[in-house]
Design a binder for this molecule. Sequence first.
Ligand SMILES: NC(=O)c1ccc[n+]([C@@H]2O[C@H](COP(=O)([O-])OP(=O)(O)OC[C@H]3O[C@@H](n4cnc5c(N)ncnc54)[C@H](O)[C@@H]3O)[C@@H](O)[C@H]2O)c1
Length: 334
Amino acid sequence: MRILVTGGAGFIGSNLIHYWLKNHPDDQVVNLDALTYAGHLESLTDVENNPNYKFIKGDITDQKIVSDAMNGVDIVIHFAAESHVDRSIIDPLQFVKTNILGTAVLLNAAVETEVKRFHHISTDEVYGELGPNDPPFGEKNAYAPRTPYAASKAGSDHLVRAYHQTYGLPVTISNCANNFGSYHDPEKLIPRFITNLLEGKRVPLMGKGENIREWLHVLDHAAAIDLVLKKGEIGETYLIQGEEKTNLEITQMILKILGLGEDMIEFVEHRLGHDFRYAIDGSKLKSLGWERKHSLEEDLPIVVSWYKENEWWWKPLKGNRPNVDRVAQKSYNQ
Ligand SMILES: NC(=O)c1ccc[n+]([C@@H]2O[C@H](COP(=O)([O-])OP(=O)(O)OC[C@H]3O[C@@H](n4cnc5c(N)ncnc54)[C@H](O)[C@@H]3O)[C@@H](O)[C@H]2O)c1
């Protein structure tokens, strides 16, 4: 089998490639990635000489590159996206370009090549926000995205379904909760907080940390995608559920693991349009036989240890980056 992974140098894509080469040693994996600020080939150094792994540097909005990369491919697993909500507040058009146009270019090439499956990775954020006592979203809920990021992902999901209906492209979609694990860019909440604390800096927590997210270990996510490819029904969507926690609870867990106190928290303004809560009902995927094998309780300490031991990976990434949450806040407060 030849698998095209888009965005394989990013957080979830690189973990999926590790997972895939380990669990499907006879498959060939092609990684198509533009290496934006979020793409790190350093996450894949241990597989770069594997004869079943090939890297192509290229943009998913480039029709020629995509059509060449699609050559001989059986399955596409599409991760490549602009993925940081704060960046979508600063530069929404880049999100529309990559997430919507890029997905359409891939879908066109997949129809042309007659791939056996196009699996699209999406997010729980397309459904919008929930109140504290609302039931979790299910696959049939209407989309109500509230950020440029979520709206661009919703647009890409609609295109994937439209290509299934119109051209008969065999697609599946999974929408997942927030992921945690190793090789997670230090711009995102959990790795930013861990690495700030390892550097002796405080952690910027929005509001009072009352916002609620679900958290899913990235390797549970990889196993869920594998299962949907094996047992999922063509044209269907599967939600991949995590564990619900407030951002304050996550922060307290990290502080406890590192033996630090709450004086290390700096409470900052909410981001614009900060969604209060996301939660999804994963029973449809569970009916295929999926179960979470990892938990925050057991795995967050392992992730913290990974960041302690792998400064070589994250230190260079923190150096020249602006604090994008602050930039997003400022650009609209002026
Ligand atoms: N991280 C999460 O918690 C989470 C949760 C739900 C859904 N998702 C979705 O999962 C997917 C992967 O997320 P992630 O956290 O690994 O993202 P990431 O930002 O870590 O990685 C994105 C990757 O895509 C590449 N990329 C960006 N634009 C590209 C382009 N135009 N052409 C080719 N490559 C390009 C980047 O270089 C990077 O390697 C995304 O589609 C995201 O919407 C992520």
